[in-house]
Every structure is written in C-alpha cells, then in structure tokens.
Design a binder for this molecule. Structure first.
Ligand code: COA
Length: 186
C-alpha cells in the first residue's frame, strides 16, 4: 500500500487526492446524506473545507498513517473518496463515501474491494458505521468485514451530535461469501 500509486478496478480508478479534486469533493460531501454518515465533514461542506482537508493530508504524508484515494469514473471525474487511517493500537480504520448521484451502482462495493486488496497489507483493518446506515454495513460485509459485537458512539461533525456506531474488522476467512458487484456482471 505504501508504494501504491493507483488502484484499478473494473470500472473505477483510485488515485491520490489532489487539490483539483476539491470542487467535486465539496459538491458531494456538502450533502446531509453523506456528511451525516461520516465523522469529519461539517455542514455546509464548502470548497475551502475540502482544500483544508487536502492540505492537512499532504502535510501528514511523511507520517505514513493515512492512505486516501479519490475514486474516479472515466468521463465523470471524482465520484467518491476512500481511505485508511492509523489508529492508536496500530489498526487502520477504513472509511469511504460515494456522491449521491452515483449511489446504487455498486461503486462503493467495487471501491472497497479494490482498496482492501492493497490495504490488507498494512495490518489489521477496522471500520465502523453508524447504526442508522445499514447500507454501509452491507458494503463492508460483502468486502470481508465482520461485526465485532461492539457498539460505541462517534461524534459526527455533519450531525453536530454523537451517534451509535457498530464496529467491524476485516476477517475475510470468516466473513459471509462476498458478491463483488464487478464480478457479478460477468
Ligand atoms: C453507503 C454508501 C457508501 C453506499 O454506496 P453505493 O455505491 O450506493 O453502494 P453499493 O451500490 O456498492 O452497495 C450498497 C449495498 O447496500 C444495500 N443497501 C442499500 N440500502 C440498504 C439498506 N437500507 N439496508 C441494507 N442494505 C442496503 C444495497 O442493496 C447494496 O447491497 P447489494 O449489492 O447486496 O444489493 C453510500 O450511500 C454513501 O456514501 N453514503 C454516505 C456516506 C457513507 O455512508 N459512508 C460510509 C460510512 S461507514
């Protein structure tokens, strides 16, 4: 993962985030349906917020604790973001979003599968989703994550409130059989 420049899946290219991505990141993250399901996007989510986030990522790069990619569709541009961030204890926490115009096409599943195939080399992967976001739980399960049984709370800037989160970890050997959308198209 540390040397990965791009990840290619059947329909998507995962590329390092660049400042040119800020307008589309802001357009899609400035949506309560997205911002409320993640922790780090205040509403409204302005382009300057996206630019500040990208500057912070760039400044943190020497730490080697953040692996973040923009998700691109040919002819469209950036449609989402995925990343893994090192937590205390050493595990990498995986998070992602897809812009609302692109939901329901299997893009999150295809993104997560492609990302995990590289990120699994970092060590233990963990994830969490807000209890009121079962679609993300489904995406994570299909990619090989299992529930740990723990539920705690996380503060969402987009909600301006804490909300319960179900915790998961990557355990493909015991996860339900995955049905990769891209594979299913064959
Ligand atoms: C959750 C999110 C990533 C899904 O993106 P997507 O590209 O539409 O996801 P996919 O099409 O790959 O798959 C969605 C799956 O969830 C299922 N799903 C949708 N709504 C659901 C619901 N209410 N309950 C359970 N499953 C649901 C779909 O049927 C699909 O599963 P399937 O392929 O087995 O049919 C997207 O809605 C999003 O970005 N939401 C806001 C941010 C977010 O939630 N990020 C994740 C934080 S943990």
């Amino acid at each position: 993962m540390r040397d990965v420049i791009e990840i290619q899946t059947q329909r998507l290219t995962l590329k390092p985030i660049s400042m040119g991505d800020a307008p589309r990141i802001a357009r899609f993250a400035n949506d309560p349906a997205v911002a409320r399901m993640i922790t780090s996007a205040p509403l409204p989510y302005l382009q300057c917020a996206a630019e500040g986030w990208i500057m912070t990522l760039n400044a943190r790069a020497p730490l080697g604790e953040d692996f973040v990619f923009g998700v691109h569709v040919a002819g469209e541009g950036l449609v989402g973001v995925i990343g893994a961030h090192k937590k205390r204890g050493g595990a990498f926490d995986v998070g992602y979003w897809v812009g609302r115009p692109y939901w329901g096409r299997g893009f999150a599943s295809e993104t997560l599968n492609g990302f995990v195939s590289e990120a699994r080399g970092l060590g233990q992967l963990i994830a969490g989703h807000f209890v009121d976001n079962p679609a993300s739980g489904r995406v994570l399960q299909k990619a090989g994550f299992v529930y740990t049984g723990e539920t705690d709370e996380a503060y969402s800037l987009g909600r301006m409130a804490r909300a319960p989160v179900k915790r998961m970890r990557y355990a493909p050997a015991i996860a339900a059989p995955a049905h990769d959308h891209a594979m299913a198209l064959h």
